[in-house]
Write a protein that binds this ligand. Structure first.
Ligand SMILES: [Zn+2]
Ligand SMILES: [Zn+2]
Length: 139
């Protein structure tokens, strides 16, 4: 959280309670929330916040490199406050997206066919499956 405040200060951006709460919501969620989920969480603590503010703040934080998005930036983009190299396990039932780490996957050999498609900036592996919570419900 301290790093977040310093980053905003360095960028010349005022730290408002709304910005702090919106970042906190993304950082604490652990579920890579989309904007509406962030909004619903922040609204519990700051009832006056608007969905518009949440959107604008998320894009601002994204521009500043304080959060990233998963997948192509679209309206239903999901936000990720974890800036360390990591990979995702995505539940195809509930959409929950969990982080995991793997040195091996970080060093994944990129096939030449990919290099022909463009310049590789980062490698991110997405594993799809049924999360343990959904698997439990099934039984
Ligand atoms: Zn699930
Ligand atoms: Zn993540």
């Amino acid at each position: 959280m301290n790093g977040f405040q310093e980053n905003l200060k360095d960028a010349g951006i005022k730290l408002t309670p709304q910005r702090l709460e919106i970042f906190r919501e993304v950082a604490q969620s652990g579920e890579h929330p989309d904007a509406e989920t962030v909004y619903n969480g922040v609204r519990k603590r700051l009832p006056t916040v608007s969905l518009d503010t949440v959107y604008r703040t998320l894009w601002l934080l994204l521009d500043l490199g304080l959060i990233t998005t998963i997948g192509p930036p679209r309206e239903r983009a999901r936000f990720d406050s974890n800036l360390k190299p990591h990979h995702h396990f995505v539940c195809s039932k509930c959409g929950k997206t969990a982080d995991f780490y793997s040195d091996e996957l970080d060093r994944l050999d990129i096939p030449d066919s990919v290099k022909e498609l463009g310049i590789v900036e980062k490698t991110h592996v997405e594993i799809r499956g049924i999360c343990s919570e959904c698997a439990k419900k099934k039984k």
